[in-house]
Design a protein around this ligand. Structure first.
Ligand code: HEC
Length: 131
């Protein structure tokens, strides 16, 4: 194989890998997940907001966290309360969305899918930007 052809292949592979690892977008990927799964309770006045103070209405609300402080540590999903709550890393009694019967009956308590959890993890690890 000549050198020129070899470098063409290497560049193609690099481009291919690069395009698979596009940064996660808050507006396109993350916000829709939070709106569909969290907003019903965390809308500034709902049951989740009134108990914890946490609202997912805007990026600023999300980064502000609960009345006790932030739930996202940009760059570290493992240290982020929000990620731990959705990724089955905490006791069932406090995971989000909640699995309590009232919420389940209203269809508001489906756990997020693996894919959605992974998106949120990557978004936090990439710096939780307003992108
Ligand atoms: C059925 C209503 C409901 C839904 C849906 C819901 N939550 Fe909650 N959330 C609550 C309630 C109630 C609390 C307060 C729990 C407490 O303090 O015991 C809470 C608390 C929280 C907290 C604060 C926890 C803490 O340590 O203080 C975070 C963060 C949170 N929710 C994130 C989410 C996310 C992210 C989603 C969507 C994936 C979500 N919630 C969906 C009801 C809900």
């Amino acid at each position: 194989m000549n050198a020129c052809f070899r470098s063409l292949i290497i560049v193609s592979i690099a481009l291919f890998i690069g395009s698979c690892n596009k940064p996660v977008s808050f507006k396109k990927d993350i916000n829709p997940i939070l709106v569909a799964n969290c907003l019903s309770c965390h809308d500034g006045s709902g049951e989740g907001s009134s108990t914890s103070g946490f609202s997912v209405q805007t990026y600023a609300n999300i980064m502000k966290g609960t009345k006790f402080g932030p739930v996202i540590l940009p760059g570290s999903s493992e240290s982020s309360t929000l990620f731990r709550l959705i990724a089955h890393k905490v006791d069932e009694a406090i995971q989000m969305p909640p699995h309590h019967e009232g919420a389940q009956a209203e269809g508001r308590s489906e756990p997020l899918t693996e894919k959605q959890i992974e998106f949120i993890q990557r978004w936090i690890d990439e710096g939780a930007k307003d992108n």
